[in-house]
Design a protein around this ligand. Structure first.
Ligand SMILES: [Zn+2]
Length: 155
């Protein structure tokens, strides 16, 4: 049966983890938070890396959810703009048949607004797609740099 980790149960664990991640020495952290060097060493080795990995995963999941929600909102707005445009065109044709220039003009204005909104939405969608691509490229670059570093260490 493993001994419970005194650092994990420490009331200021978050601060301790932060100090360790920031690269503070075990001696310094032990002195500051009234714990022992050996407990800190064991905690970092056995518990801290898992906690960091989990935090990264949670952050990535949150970002993905936000991206999807934004995407859905933009698609919804685009669909709305499309419907508005179709409707405005229908009113415009009917008004022309009735020789009702005022209504036709109002419908043309509404169609133009819907069209402009649709164009803005398209631009926004393109920006979102590019942001996703840029992020993927950046992640690839980070992975490559890490690979390179580990190669340097191996040589
Ligand atoms: Zn621990």
């Amino acid at each position: 049966m493993a001994r419970p980790c005194s650092v994990c149960r420490h009331p200021r664990r978050a601060e301790i983890d932060q100090a360790l991640v920031a690269g503070a020495s075990f001696r310094d952290v032990a002195g500051r938070f009234g714990t022992s060097k050996s407990a800190l060493e064991r905690h970092r080795r056995e518990h801290l890396s898992t906690a960091i990995a989990r935090a990264h995963e949670e952050q990535a999941a949150t970002e993905a959810t936000h991206g999807e929600a934004l995407d859905a909102l933009v698609s919804e707005q685009a669909a709305r703009a499309d419907r508005l445009f179709v409707e405005a065109e229908r009113i415009m044709r009917a008004a022309r048949r009735r020789k009702d220039p005022d209504t036709a003009l109002a419908a043309i204005r509404a169609a133009a607004i819907a069209l402009r909104e649709g164009t803005r939405n398209q631009a926004l969608r393109a920006t979102l797609a590019n942001a996703g691509e840029a992020k993927a490229r950046e992640e690839r670059l980070i992975a490559l740099e890490e690979e390179l570093r580990s190669l340097h260490h191996a040589v």
